[in-house]
Design a protein around this ligand. Structure first.
Ligand code: AMP
Ligand code: GLY
Length: 423
């Protein structure tokens, strides 16, 4: 008998997690809370329970004979959902509240890296507008201003001029654009180089790395426009050499896992290292305490071993096995609502998308239309992601755009250059 798993979350990342779990023999059924109606097309069962309603989720696990839980997004992790499940005697994969600070507080993450000599940009933390402005003026541009706390990837300004940095500080301290998240600000040096994402399964000091990937954070082609949660990704990233990846594992992943153990906040879950390959080697720009989105949608299709068996082994103190496809490539492009991420206009009808075995559609912000059984409508910024695998990145890219370019995407948009940096 296979296991029953509950995945918490509702995005394309959780769709990819649930779909990959169902592909393995060890898992028999996957529920997703709250999930989205697009996931149901892949046999994932959804329950409308909110990811913040921990008590109802605990009841749901008990009532449905769920064996273990996978927590997708950062918000419930930061709220201590894993601690709550543990108190109820339920196994949940993800960091507890104390360990999730590695994502929840940029100040915590920066101090951890400083104490353990983990390479990152030099920085200062401020809770006072005048001192922050003085620092920017003294330091000059380019310079990076980050609101402390969670701001859904939108609390960061990479300022190419001093004026732009000062404006960002006013937005945080005077306009309170990020609410409480802006009570503190981290100002750091600008790092030059290509970005890549290195995700690992972590259990205390032990870790198992995944293939690297590259996200595209800006809204429009050519890395123009505002920062978003991510508009597309691909894996592997051939322009980042194996030597750089090895160095990142030795100087970043390994000491980070060890540092969390040494500081009494051992981390179990997915550790996401957002890195820049600088002329001085890889450096951390951010940690996340969970899978990246859209990175997960291009990395998990490369997993060859049974995903559920791997997580289950991690939860049970056993040795997990994770084996990856090392030959091919995967690429995914996000279809977003018009105006995202600034003035998002939702409600666009989602066209039916038919794909072959090399491709998959992962749904995110979609809802059922009130009338019409099978009609989905866009309900938030990122609507869905189309992913394809191929022998090369170019091949995967051709397949994805072959699908997207043939759709009626009225009321939505997507980038046309995902993967271009690798070609
Ligand atoms: P974060 O939310 O910290 O990942 O930042 C969002 C984006 O801002 C990153 O994906 C980078 O593109 C950019 N960024 C953040 N920190 C730096 C930095 N120190 N130097 C250059 N770019 C950065
Ligand atoms: N794609 C970046 C993130 O998940 O934060």
């Amino acid at each position: 008998m296979g296991q029953k798993v509950l995945v918490i979350g509702s995005g394309a990342r959780e769709h990819a997690v649930a779909h990959t779990l169902l592909k393995g023999d060890s898992v028999e059924a996957v529920y997703c809370s709250p999930g989205n109606p697009g996931m149901e097309r892949d046999g994932i069962r959804t329950s409308q329970l909110a990811q913040t309603n921990h008590a109802a989720l605990i009841d749901f696990v008990r009532e449905n004979g769920i064996d273990w839980v996978f927590v997708g997004p950062e918000v419930p992790l930061m709220e201590g959902i894993v601690d709550g499940f543990a108190e109820a005697g339920i196994k949940a994969f993800g960091p507890n509240k104390a360990a999730a600070q590695i994502e929840g507080s940029k100040d915590f993450a920066k101090r951890l890296m400083e104490r353990h000599n983990i390479p990152t940009a030099a920085y200062e933390t401020f809770d006072d507008l005048d001192r922050a402005k003085q620092y920017v003026t003294d330091h000059g541009a380019p310079i990076v201003v980050k609101a402390d706390g969670l701001a859904a990837g939108k609390g960061v300004t990479v300022a190419m001029s001093v004026d732009e940095a000062l404006e960002a500080l006013d937005e945080i301290f005077v306009d309170h654009r990020f609410g409480l998240a802006g009570a503190k600000v981290v100002i750091e040096d600008y790092l030059e180089g290509q970005e890549f994402s290195l995700m690992s399964f972590v259990r205390g000091a032990e870790f198992w790395t995944m293939p690297i990937s590259q996200d595209h954070k800006r809204a429009y082609d050519g890395d123009e426009g505002p920062n978003t949660g991510g508009m597309g990704a691909y894996s592997p990233v051939p322009q980042i050499g194996q030597d750089v990846v090895r160095e990142a594992i030795e100087t970043i992943v390994k000491p980070t896992a060890q540092a969390m153990v040494d500081e009494g906040v051992p981390f179990t879950g997915i550790l996401y290292a957002g890195l820049i390959a600088t002329a001085d080697g890889p450096k951390v720009i951010e940690y996340n305490a969970r899978f990246g989105d859209p990175e997960t949608e291009v990395v998990l299709p490369r997993l060859e071993s049974d995903f559920g068996a791997g997580i289950s082994a991690l939860l049970n103190g056993e040795q997990p096995e994770f084996t990856w496809n090392t030959e091919g490539a995967t690429l995914g492009v996000v279809l977003a609502s018009e105006g995202y991420p600034v003035d998002t206009v939702t409600g666009a009808p989602i066209p039916d998308i038919t794909v072959d075995d090399d491709s998959h559609v992962y749904y995110a912000g979609v809802a059922n239309a009130e009338h019409g059984e099978h009609q989905l409508l866009a309900s938030s910024g990122r609507v869905l992601l189309v992913e394809s695998s191929g022998d090369t990145i170019e091949d995967a890219q051709r397949k994805v755009y072959g699908i997207l370019d043939g759709l009626d995407t009225t009321g939505m948009f997507y980038r046309h250059d995902i993967g271009a940096k690798a070609l």
